[in-house]
Design a protein around this ligand. Structure first.
Ligand code: GRF
Length: 205
């Protein structure tokens, strides 16, 4: 059973970690996430648009320095992000455009409780620029994937996927826009599945 910490009130507290625009954060805040509630936003970017969206939605939002690296956390900083989430009773972490790899204490403390959304049908096109890679390759269908996070890049077990057809005249922007609309639907749906126990928290990720 997954509601092991906060089952007094039946609410599963969720943190969103994001670096930029924040449209998935907003979709999670306004979507049907069952008994999951977005209660914390942490960003590694002081100027991220997601901070404005968080203040509009009334969710506690914090910028915490990620440390001196560009694509990963410093050890002390990752511990600080982890501590804040533990203090707030967070049970599930949703990565939504976080431009950093999680490897250290966060992955250990929240093993199997971190999920991510990616704009392709994994395992195709992991990493950056997935929509452009799909278009360049010439696939006729692509989409988005919500998956558990493990130590790899976009490699954890898949929770759900949504398909998007590629049109002959698609540009990267057009295709990305249609995928993003499906991301917004998929992310809330995945959280709902996890919160209702249909997709269990994965102990073995
Ligand atoms: C989305 O395309 C998501 O799939 C990827 O990063 C982007 C974040 O967009 N991981 P937003 O910040 O949620 O608008």
């Amino acid at each position: 059973m997954i509601l092991d910490k906060n089952d007094e009130d039946g609410i599963l507290r969720i943190a969103v970690l994001a670096s930029g625009r924040g449209s998935n954060f907003e979709a999670l805040c306004s979507g049907d996430t069952g008994n999951g509630r977005i209660s914390l936003l942490i960003t590694d970017n002081e100027n991220a648009d997601v901070l404005r969206r968080a203040s509009e939605s009334g969710v506690e939002a914090r910028y915490i320095s990620p440390g001196r690296y560009r694509t990963k956390f410093g050890e002390a900083e990752e511990a600080e992000w982890t501590r804040l989430m533990m203090d707030r009773g967070i049970e599930l972490i949703c990565l939504a455009g976080l431009m950093r790899i999680i490897k250290g204490s966060m992955l250990e403390e929240f093993q199997g409780r971190i999920i991510n959304i990616h704009p392709s049908l994994l395992p195709s096109f992991p990493g950056l620029h997935a929509q452009k890679s799909a278009l360049d390759y010439g696939v006729r269908i692509t989409g988005c994937t919500v998956h558990y996070v493990d130590a790899g890049v976009d490699t954890g077990p898949i929770i759900l996927q949504k398909v998007v057809h590629v049109n002959d005249d698609d540009t990267v922007e057009m295709l990305s826009g249609r995928i993003l609309r499906q991301e917004h639907i998929a992310y809330s749906e995945a959280v709902r599945l996890i919160c209702s126990g249909v997709r269990p928290i994965q102990d073995d990720v």
